[in-house]
Write a protein that binds this ligand. Structure first.
Ligand SMILES: [Zn+2]
Length: 57
C-alpha cells in the first residue's frame, strides 16, 4: 500500500478541500403525479415506481 512520504501541509490540504462543494439534490418529475421525486426511488407523493403502485396510500 502506498504510504505518504511527507506530512501534507495545511495549505495543500486546504487547497484540495476547497474544491469540495455541495450540490443540489437530483430530482426528477414523477410520471404518475408529476411531482418532483428522488430518482430510482418510490415516489413519496403517490407511491408509484416503474408504473406500478408499490406503497399503498
Ligand atoms: Zn408520484
Amino acid at each position: 500500500m502506498g504510504v505518504p512520504k511527507r506530512r501534507m501541509s495545511k495549505q495543500r490540504k486546504r487547497q484540495r478541500r476547497a474544491n469540495w462543494k455541495i450540490e443540489a439534490p437530483k430530482l426528477v418529475e414523477c410520471p404518475q403525479c408529476h411531482a418532483l421525486a428522488v430518482p430510482h426511488q418510490v415516489c413519496a407523493g403517490c407511491g408509484y415506481y416503474k408504473g406500478r403502485e408499490i406503497v399503498a396510500k
